[in-house]
Design a binder for this molecule. Structure first.
Ligand code: SF4
Ligand code: FES
Length: 248
């Protein structure tokens, strides 16, 4: 396939940035989207030009670092996949593909397609954990019975990889699907109850401090989430928040 790529180029955080056109030829439908960018970068380097900076690590849908806005959609035109799992067979000969970074006030661009998502780390640090005594007196996990339904729901919430597609897709740049997933995975389990009130209050406070917007139930986050996290986690987070607020 011969394609035209329109890619966001931005030298650094303070540069204004602009879309730049690149022609690329002989793209195999079996290539992943990131492999196609690797080919482009090899060509740019061989011509003495600056390669396009983009985030990636595992390239198998686990780490959540790949984060491209492709033709106006977070992670591109396919569903329930990350950018690294997108293949060029989704495109056709002669296509023009627009490639941009995830955009949100709380995700400032560092360079080209790389954004700073450390706001998510700070939200996690605010409460996305349980404090467990690991001194050798740890209780056997099997001694705490958990219903299959609760375990399944907690595990579904725990599949969030922190990619940020929910924020990038939301017209309000809301992080509530991400925070809802992180609150839910503990709220559904007995081990998460001890710190439940502090967790939800602190994580929501940090989310607001980072500059993420509010949820207006548009549902774009759920559609674009590569892990199929349901809007139900936002409802659960709101219930947990209300419960914690009433307890003071
Ligand atoms: S909720 Fe989905 S879209 Fe949002 S960070 Fe987690 S995996 Fe990514
Ligand atoms: S590179 Fe790890 S999820 Fe895409």
């Amino acid at each position: 396939m011969n394609l035209t790529l329109k890619i966001w180029r931005q030298k650094n955080a303070s540069d204004k940035g602009k879309m730049v056109d690149y022609a690329i030829s002989d793209v195999s439908p079996d290539m992943s989207f990131l492999e196609m960018l690797d080919v482009l970068n090899t060509e740019l380097i061989s011509k003495g030009e600056e390669p396009v900076a983009f985030d990636h690590d595992c390239r198998e849908g686990i780490c959540g670092t790949c984060s491209l806005y492709i033709n106006g959609e977070a992670h591109g035109p396919d569903r329930a996949i990350t950018t690294c799992q997108l293949h060029m067979r989704k495109f056709k000969e002669g296509d023009t593909i627009y490639i941009e970074p995830f955009r949100a006030k709380a995700f400032p661009v560092i360079k080209d397609l790389v954004v700073d998502r450390s706001a998510f780390d700070r939200i996690q640090h605010a409460g996305g954990f349980i404090s467990v005594n690991t001194s050798g007196n740890t209780q056997d996990a099997n001694s705490i019975p958990i219903s299959k339904h609760a375990a399944d729901e907690a595990m579904d919430a725990a599949t969030c990889i922190g990619c940020g597609a929910c924020v990038a897709s939301c017209k309000n740049s809301s992080a509530m699907l991400f925070v809802g997933a992180k609150v839910s995975q503990f709220a559904l389990l007995p081990q998460g109850q001890v710190e439940a009130n502090d967790r939800v209050m602190n994580m929501v406070k940090q989310m607001d401090a980072e500059g993420f917007g509010n949820c207006t139930n548009t549902g774009a986050c759920e559609v674009e989430c590569p892990k199929g996290i349901s809007l139900e986690v936002i409802a659960r987070m709101n219930r947990e928040y209300l419960k914690a607020s009433l307890k003071g």
